[in-house]
Design a protein around this ligand. Structure first.
Ligand SMILES: [Zn+2]
Length: 398
């Protein structure tokens, strides 16, 4: 019985590797086309249409504009369980273009989907390729999650390009908070008649900066002043700021929010100004919890297609940035491996990382990523023990 499964697995693995090879030129073309036409969050019409069209040709049943999102889609192939989700992202960054390399994520997801669809009736379960818009700030996957897109999914996966190979690095929980201070204006020569909303904000800013020293390493809380007053000759009666709050999990994120609230109260108390603090907790980016069972499976598969490839073990690399895949990872066992397309130290979200996303090493990650994603999906479909183990880890307290 086990020998039968192993024979079948070996045969289907060879078919997947061959299928990605046969599609290689087309996949790189898709990656280049998305790269050449950067579209910002919720406006990725060309990329979504391109990917959905290719998936349809490959035999997927495609539903466009799902969950009220014009540039989201769901492409389904095969039947029955397990149901494995593969995520395509395709939004770009203002002015920089594809400085996060989401064109590579999209093409690798397409390649994995096409290779699995090529197994035809031999595909032992369901593959769902999701087109997920607005990762860069719109929290697209959170919107899809709260609108039920991932109901019935057993495991989810994607790859993300970076300047290093990290199969197990998670991401931070991040929330946006906005603060306003309301004072009273007066002629600048008579400050005692006014209430200075800028002084209040500066006290709050300093008080919040001071709390950073107490944060664990790997966390940052950034802030900018969005309104520091409008007329220098008067006491400012209205100021505003934005803060990006972080934590390794929701609990730490909540602590950051509490500290900001305390800092705002300090500013208000010191000056007599009134403050309003807003944070849409539901729209926070959730921490990405990497499922190490599936992560090891992916790493083994990447090593199989690229001998010598390696990754630090779980727990070695601190959380990297934030991703809306975090929301998915809170629902089902998920992986979000980072794959190197640029030398270590290349700064992300820059023209350098955008160039890497269209380079030969970027193309290589499209193909190796597609192969490793498809092989990992196949492992999950054919080996019930693997999914059970991943689910056990997912259910364990963290
Ligand atoms: Zn990204």
């Amino acid at each position: 019985m086990q020998a039968d499964i192993n024979d079948r697995l070996a045969r289907l693995r060879a078919a997947i590797i061959a299928a990605v090879g046969a599609k290689a030129a087309g996949l790189i073309e898709v990656s280049q086309a998305i790269h050449a036409r950067p579209e910002l969050m919720f406006e990725e019409h060309a990329a979504a249409a391109l990917l959905a069209g290719h998936l349809e040709q490959a035999g997927f049943h495609v539903e466009r504009e799902i969950c009220g999102l014009a540039t989201a889609f769901r492409a389904t192939c095969g039947s029955g369980s397990p149901r494995i989700a593969i995520m395509a992202e395709y939004d770009a960054i203002p002015e920089i273009g594809h400085g996060c390399g989401h064109n590579i994520i999209a093409a690798a997801a397409l390649g994995a989907g096409e290779a699995l669809a090529a197994l035809g009736a031999e595909l032992p379960g369901t593959i769902v390729v999701f087109g997920t818009p607005a990762e860069e700030g719109g929290n697209g996957k959170q919107l899809l999650a709260e609108r039920g897109a991932f109901a019935g999914i057993d495991a989810a996966m994607m790859i993300h390009p970076l300047d290093g190979d990290f199969a197990f690095a998670g991401t931070l929980a991040v929330a946006l908070a906005e603060v306003e201070f309301f004072g009273r204006t007066a002629h600048g020569s008579m400050p005692e008649r006014g209430i200075n909303a800028l002084d209040a904000l500066l006290v709050a800013f300093q008080a919040f900066q001071a709390t950073k020293a107490a944060l664990p390493t790997g966390r940052f809380n950034a802030g900018i002043i969005t309104n520091g007053g409008t007329w220098v000759a008067n006491v400012p009666d209205h100021t505003a700021a934005q803060f990006l709050l972080t934590g390794r999990n929701d609990e730490e994120l909540r602590q950051s929010l509490d500290r900001l609230e305390g800092a705002c109260k300090a500013g208000a108390t010191a000056t007599g100004a009134r403050h309003e603090l807003r944070c849409d907790w539901n729209q926070r980016y959730r921490a990405m919890v990497v499922n190490t069972v599936l992560g090891h499976c992916f790493a083994d598969n990447l090593r199989a297609v690229r001998p010598g490839w390696d990754t630090p073990a779980p727990g070695v690399i601190p959380p990297i940035g934030a991703t809306d895949m975090g929301s998915v990872s809170q629902l089902v066992p998920s992986i979000h491996p980072w794959l190197a397309i640029a030398p270590r130290g290349t700064t992300w979200h820059t023209p350098e990382s955008a160039a890497a996303a269209a380079s030969d090493s970027g193309h290589r990650v499209v193909l190796d990523g597609a192969r490793a994603l498809a092989l990992t999906a196949l492992d999950i479909l054919l080996r019930p023990d693997l999914l059970r183990e991943a689910q056990r880890e997912f259910a364990a307290p963290r």
